[in-house]
Design a binder for this molecule. Structure first.
Ligand SMILES: [Ca+2]
Ligand SMILES: [Ca+2]
Ligand SMILES: [Ca+2]
Ligand SMILES: [Ca+2]
Length: 240
């Protein structure tokens, strides 16, 4: 412990504090004080030891190995949920408008926002009142909703719905004023499934929206516990 026993005399009436005024210390004491301060600086500014550096790098590697895939999976999951929820929203909208307006409402894959021209729903789709049921926005028909396409890396396709007229299989669903999907071939079976898949084709990552014969929409379930959701008929879906 450093004790300063000797100081120069202070001028009379001085208010300076001898304990902090180095100018009044003897040169030897000033030297000791300077040395102490320098030691503190050295202690505060010392760098990492090799072990500390290795521990830090190891922690960073663990964070990257564990955290990056988890973050990517969470991002993909959010993207899938948003996409299938958008489709479910438009299915419910189409059904509601068909019942409310008492006319057919068509929902179909569309790349141009005006015509039914694709079964690849990830490229976009439209919802519109369709008085003549011909799958085109003409006469009194009104465009109700339009989706311009899903993020890259996703497929959205249908299975099970009736093939309607000359349209490409799986490209069109028509809601009747009863709220049911149109039964084009009269076999009292008009349900179907929308399945959202990653383009890598992994069924375990897919999302499913099932449309019943009554027109109700429900999220697909996995009743057999194999991590693959099932379509409206109860079969595991298959990604394209
Ligand atoms: Ca029409
Ligand atoms: Ca049918
Ligand atoms: Ca069916
Ligand atoms: Ca299953």
């Amino acid at each position: 412990m450093i004790q300063i026993k000797q100081v120069h005399s202070l001028p009379k009436n001085s208010t300076a504090c001898p304990e902090i005024s180095l100018a009044y210390l003897k040169p030897s004491a000033r030297k000791i004080g300077f040395s102490y301060k320098t030691d503190m600086n050295i202690k505060n500014n010392r760098g990492f030891t090799l072990i500390e550096l290795m521990v830090t790098v190891a922690v960073l590697i663990v964070l990257l190995v564990v955290g990056v895939p988890e973050y990517r999976r969470m991002t993909e999951n959010n993207r899938q949920v948003a996409a299938i929820n958008t489709m479910i929203g438009d299915l419910n909208l189409a059904r509601t408008e068909a019942v409310k307006q008492g006319r057919t409402v068509t929902l179909c894959g569309s790349t141009d926002g005006a015509t039914c021209n694709t079964a690849n729903w990830e490229s976009g789709w439209i919802v519109f009142t369709d008085l003549d049921k011909e799958g085109d926005v003409d006469g009194p028909d009104v465009l109700i909703s339009r989706n311009t396409g899903l993020p890259a890396g996703l497929n959205l396709r249908t299975v099970g719905f009736d093939d309607i007229g000359a349209f490409t299989t799986g490209s069109i669903v028509q809601y009747q004023p009863t709220g049911q999907p149109r039964d084009f071939d009269g076999d009292n079976d008009s349900d179907g499934t929308f399945q959202l898949c990653e383009k890598n084709g992994d069924e375990k990552l897919a999302r499913v929206a099932n449309v019943t014969n009554l027109g109700r929409v429900a999220i697909g379930k996995d009743t057999d516990g194999d991590d693959v959701l099932e379509d409206v008929e109860g079969a595991d879906i298959t990604c394209p």
